[in-house]
Design a protein around this ligand. Structure first.
Ligand code: CA
Length: 235
């Protein structure tokens, strides 16, 4: 498992689930050479946890796995509302398995053995499709904000936001790594062109932080002493 992959903005993040160590390593290298950020899991149960916690752009999922088989991983993901594109890999090219896979919510299916070029081409095609339908999403660390539904999601947690909290979060997420002064936030989020002399910004930031915080998760909104706030992730 390789966690903490350095993820540049725009880098597509892929989870490869394959119990054969050598095969998994080939897949990881092939995808990494195409500039994907790749995490690897050799077990179905671990893969399911990772996929529920991290918003991947696509998952390459073997069917025969220890811990939990690939079809079961896929079913649970879809039951939980996770729509990450999934390519199923199978040693057997039985029609029934292919049909089972597509019924369980797979986006593509590749029988083994396959050429690595074939797999990378299909992963790229899936990411392109999902990128188009998901271009409305902002992301900082494992926090994802959907600008259409106005829902935030952190790992497996869905977060409800008030209209003002949403505007504040959207502004901060559109300017990651930049210090946003209180005055700037008053202007952009509250449409004030004057300082009302209250702690309005601080109070709303505090409420937003409480909503985004879960045990074991890093803080994403940082206080820059004497200046304002900054949204950034170590991940
Ligand atoms: Ca296998």
């Amino acid at each position: 498992m390789s966690n903490g992959t350095l993820c540049l903005p725009g880098t597509m993040k892929i989870l490869v689930v394959e119990d054969e160590i050598k095969a998994a390593d080939f897949l990881r290298k092939a995808l990494a050479s195409e500039s994907f950020a790749v995490d690897v899991s050799h077990r179905g149960d671990t893969a399911l946890e990772m996929a529920l916690e991290t918003p991947y752009d696509a998952i390459v999922l073997d069917i025969m796995l220890p811990g939990r088989d690939g079809l079961s991983v896929l079913r649970v993901l879809r039951e939980r509302g996770n729509n990450t594109p999934v390519i199923l890999l199978s040693a057997r090219s039985h029609l029934t398995e292919r049909v089972d896979g597509l019924n369980a919510g797979a986006d593509d299916y590749l029988p083994k053995p396959f050429a690595l070029e074939e797999l990378t081409a299909r992963v790229k095609a899936l990411c392109r499709r999902s990128g188009e339908s998901r271009s409305v999403q902002l992301r900082v660390g494992n926090l994802v904000l959907d600008t259409v539904t106005r829902m935030a999601q952190r790992g497996a947690h869905r977060i409800e936001l008030s209209a003002r909290e949403y505007r504040l979060l959207e502004y901060l997420m559109r300017h990651p790594g930049r210090v946003c002064t209180r005055m700037l936030l008053l202007e952009k989020v509250w449409d004030y062109d004057f300082d009302p002399g209250t702690n309005l910004v601080d109070v709303t930031v505090r409420r937003l932080r409480e909503r985004l915080e879960f045990p074991g998760e890093e803080a994403l909104i940082h206080t820059v002493r004497g200046q304002g706030y900054m949204m950034t992730s170590r991940a």
